[in-house]
Design a protein around this ligand. Structure first.
Ligand SMILES: Nc1ncnc2c1ncn2[C@@H]1O[C@H](COP(=O)(O)OP(=O)(O)O)[C@@H](O)[C@H]1O
Ligand SMILES: [Mg+2]
Length: 250
């Protein structure tokens, strides 16, 4: 079965899953389940890219999960599929026991708004907006008025020590500060699942420590944390570390 899914995704190599992989399906409080997940970019074109193949895993509520692996191993692709930012070529992603693969774009964006906070590797802040406007941006489609948006963004930014940076634009902030703004934006809707893609790659060592404690605190507050990172010190804080290589989960 495993081999046939990989073959369907164009992967010839069949790697036998180790014993850790086979005990992945035992827990009750699973909130994310990924089955036979494959992603092929530019399918059937000469420059087709097989990004991930036959990924199977379950993530339990309130755990801190890290995906590690070299550049190009498929971490961003997998996090985007789990975070419903992209759709798989094959296989399924289930959230809270429901297969979301067939959801409409509207249903997926509603789900994202309500349940998922995504921190992008390059922060993806809107350059013309100030810190508080960036943080409050996801509240606009939810119908919050200006005062309420400002109040919520301000209190989150103050929590991250950026109370003096409410009116700065991203280019006026350091990498670590931009990252805090992007984390605050991911948290503004109070999501249960926080996904951060290589959050350590654009910040200094000190900011990595701050980031690690922010993520740990979020976990202590009941959130589920899913992170991709190369950074050993961050991986050490995780409950589960998955290693990826060439589109496969090792
Ligand atoms: N949008 C895309 N279009 C085409 N190929 C992509 C795209 N995103 C990623 N890839 C390719 O898919 C593979 C996995 O990439 P990615 O998921 O970004 O890995 P990682 O995050 O581990 O560096 C790489 O070979 C990359 O070049
Ligand atoms: Mg990446």
């Amino acid at each position: 079965m495993e081999g046939s899914y990989r073959a369907a995704c164009g992967f010839n190599e069949v790697i036998t899953l180790n014993s850790k992989s086979e005990t992945r399906n035992t827990k009750m409080d699973t909130i994310i389940k990924v089955e036979n997940l494959c992603k092929v970019y530019y399918e059937n074109k000469p420059y087709e890219v097989k990004a991930i193949a036959d990924i199977n895993l379950e993530i339990r509520k309130n755990v801190f999960v890290v995906f590690s692996g070299p550049s190009g191993s498929g971490k961003t692709t997998l996090l985007s599929l789990i975070g419903t930012l992209d759709r798989p070529t094959m296989g399924t992603v289930s959230l809270y026991g429901e297969d979301i693969t067939a959801y409409s774009d509207t249903a997926l964006s509603r789900l994202r708004r309500e349940k998922i906070g995504f921190v992008f590797q390059n922060f993806n802040l809107l350059p013309r907006l100030t810190s508080w406007e960036n943080v409050a941006y996801p509240l606009i489609p939810l119908g919050y008025g200006l005062k309420e948006r400002f109040g919520k963004a301000k209190s989150l930014l103050e929590k991250f020590g950026l109370g003096e940076r409410l009116y700065h634009t991203p280019e006026e902030l350091s990498g670590g500060q931009q990252q805090k703004v992007s984390i605050a934006r991911a948290l503004i809707n109070n999501p249960e699942i926080i996904i951060a893609d290589e959050p350590t790659s654009n910040i200094d060592a000190e900011s990595v420590e701050t980031l690690a404690s922010i993520l740990k605190e979020l976990q202590n507050n009941g959130r589920t944390i899913i992170v991709s990172t190369h950074y050993e010190d961050l991986a050490k804080k995780a409950d589960v570390v998955y290693k990826m290589k060439a589109g496969l989960l090792l």
